[in-house]
Design a protein around this ligand. Sequence first.
Ligand code: PLP
Length: 364
Amino acid sequence: MIPFIDLTRQHAALRAELLAAAARVLDSSQFILGAEGKALESELAALCGVRHAIGVASGTDALRLALAALGVRPGDEVITPALSFVASATTIVMAGATPVFVDVDPRTYALDVAAAARAITSRTRAIVPVHLYGHPAPMDRVMELARAHRLAVIEDAAQAVGGAWGDRPIGAWGDAACLSFYPTKNLGACGDAGMVVTDRDDVAAGIRRLRHHGDTGRYQHVELGYCSRLDEMQAALLRVKLERLAAWTEARRRIAARYRAALAGVALGLPFEAPEARHVYHLFTVRHPQREALAKTLTDRGVGTAVYYPCTVPDQPVFGGGEGRWPEARRAVREVLSLPCFAELSDDEVETVAATVRNVCERL
Ligand SMILES: *Cc1c(COP(=O)(O)O)cnc(C)c1O
């Protein structure tokens, strides 16, 4: 059986270092807003090419706090793609605003910039592009559109840490970008954690207040804030893993290249990588019109797969569905299938997955 993902391999390899990091935090007994979190913040700010990084409790909270810090309020509209994890849009509702869903580019699965332009109204306040599967959204065009209409841009970079679009890292394009350290992400904590990265002093100060009860420092609570910090234990564990992130990303890119070579000529949609993109392959997502049959046969033959996502965001019950719009997003949710793609996958396993997929596709 080749698993879709196996975190135990990563943790077995790093066990001694992770335990030493955990012991360091236990011995210091400083658990909230201490030296580990500060160090992790400067390391990630450097990686993303910005001046500020603010650790928070999850990727979801990163989005929620970034929207609030950028002034998204009740009555505002925020444009976001119809294909994503649900938190890209639920956080807009948490900020009191209305998500306006736009269709995606069928090659990259990022929001369609022309559709975003058509969705702008006098109430539009911000755009939340998503770097889905680790492929960056076309940030030069997103920023051009946003600047022309004075909109804030909050990148949902939960799946794309370490990626780049053009000459800039993911995280350095928008007014703020949100990272998730959910355990299965490219940089995963041993629990929940997230971060906002930004080059703007005002946004950074706002998020520092919001994550800690609206406090400016000495029990001066100037606004309604939250309790959403990235704790020292997670920060220390994440710093051990961050040292490996570049090598892990290279490993993911090598696996993707192997899949591409081994699956060339198979009747199967392979992931697109735009010339401007550095794709970090959080997921290696193929598409096939008979996705269910393909997934079932692969499972029967011992290859783990997963569907991200089986439903568009506006079609989720919480959003109540729409009236026949977002055709590309709706087609994608019927056709996409992600293959195993994580750094500890062996070359033999990658070859076996590819050979099995080729074999099954030839018989479908
Ligand atoms: C994982 C993820 C989130 C939420 O991050 P959490 O850390 O799980 O809260 C948001 N958006 C996208 C696209 C994600 O993949």
